[in-house]
Design a protein around this ligand. Structure first.
Ligand code: PHB
Length: 359
């Protein structure tokens, strides 16, 4: 039988019962101390029929936070909170990797230790507003990181990866997309450095490669994915030649033998027009498994798997509203509509109360 979304697959050393992945989704419902709480366990457990869950983007250090009520992956209490989630997902036969996140300039002093400035490759203020505990406020101009500070950030990824192992995750995904720190280094709209971390493709990709190297050393390449978003303008991002830099990155990542490359194939959050980009050519440069994301439905997902473009498809909004998305796809059952008013923050409403087909 031809493969489709329901065929099993192995990404690196992570074996999936189907090719329907739950995409990383920021939900802003962690407890005190950035610790996952009971409703977070229920939320992920309800979605364990996905072939793989990629958790919400998760800060790797206090400086990596950029929104209210995010869960972290750097303290013992956070590890204990996540452990309940990985155990619940595994008990249901699911697999789960954690997305490792540093927001860079997409933050605000009120969200950071001692109210310091957010950090970035260059001191360029993003257009738009930060989400803070006091509501929406203008972004500030971030502080440009010194070269001497970067190894400590790499070590924060190492520490977070060790925490992820202790919490029982099946792997980690390095978030290098959507205008956050590693993406800020990749694209020349945000990286105007003149040292070895700016300018050439090799230089702009250097921090991502150092982070990937360090994370792979801790957990093994067959348990590591990387997420990129070559033309997503969200968070005031741009690059003068996106195809050139991201083709370079896809090829450079081949050196590791990663579990997968995850691509956001366009723009999210109505962030504006995306530049043209050839995702087929980009995908072909990467020699490992490929996870495609952005507005796929069942038919387009199956077509992408059958054509060989993608090995797995990550679904975001459909998983918010349909804990049993896999079963609904199987039965061609109607999908629940997602309520965008309850995407970010709040209570169990719009989080763990979406009904399953036979719920
Ligand atoms: C968001 O909170 O809107 C958000 C977070 C992480 C992403 C993209 C969007 O990668």
């Amino acid at each position: 039988m031809a493969k489709d979304l329901f065929s099993p697959v192995t990404l690196g050393s992570i074996s999936l019962k189907n090719r329907i992945v739950m995409a990383p989704l920021t939900r802003n419902r962690a407890g005190e101390g950035a610790v996952p709480q009971a409703m977070n366990v229920t939320y992920y457990e309800q979605r364990a029929s996905a072939g793989l869950i990629v958790t919400e983007a998760t800060p790797i250090s206090p400086m990596a936070h950029g929104y209210p009520a995010l869960p972290g992956i750097y303290t013992d209490a956070q590890v204990a909170g996540w452990k309940k989630i990985t155990e619940a997902v595994h008990a249901k036969g699911g697999k789960i990797v954690i997305q490792l996140w540093h927001v860079g300039r997409i933050s605000h002093p009120s969200l950071l230790p001692n109210n310091v400035l957010p950090v970035a490759p260059s001191a360029i203020k993003p257009a738009g507003k930060a989400f803070t505990y006091e509501g929406l406020v203008d972004y500030v101009t971030p502080r440009a990181l010194e070269v001497s500070e970067l190894s400590a950030i790499v070590q924060d990824y190492v520490h977070a990866t060790k925490c992820a192992i202790a919490a029982g995750f099946d792997g980690v995904e390095i978030h290098a997309a959507n205008g956050y720190l590693l993406d800020q280094f990749l694209r020349d709209g945000t990286n105007q450095r003149t040292d070895q971390y700016g300018g050439s493709h090799e230089n702009r990709a250097r921090l991502l490669m150092e982070v990937t190297h360090a994370v792979v050393d801790v957990i093994g390449a067959d348990k590591v994915g990387v997420r990129l978003s070559p033309v997503n303008p969200f968070n005031d991002m741009k690059d003068s030649q996106p195809q050139a830099i991201f083709n370079y990155v896809a090829d450079a990542l081949n050196q590791f033998g990663l579990a997968y490359l995850h691509a956001v194939e366009g723009g999210i959050h109505g962030g504006g027009e995306s530049d043209p980009f050839d995702f087929v050519a980009f995908r072909k440069l990467f020699k490992g498994a490929y996870m495609a994301n952005l507005s796929y439905d069942k038919a387009r997902g199956n077509a992408a798997v059958q054509s060989g473009h993608a090995d797995v498809i990550a679904y975001g909004v459909p998983f918010i509203a349909n804990p049993d998305l896999v079963e609904r796809f199987k039965q061609d059952a109607p999908l629940n509509e997602a309520d965008s008013n309850t995407f970010y923050g709040g209570t169990e409403k719009g989080y763990i109360d979406y009904p399953a087909l036979n719920g």
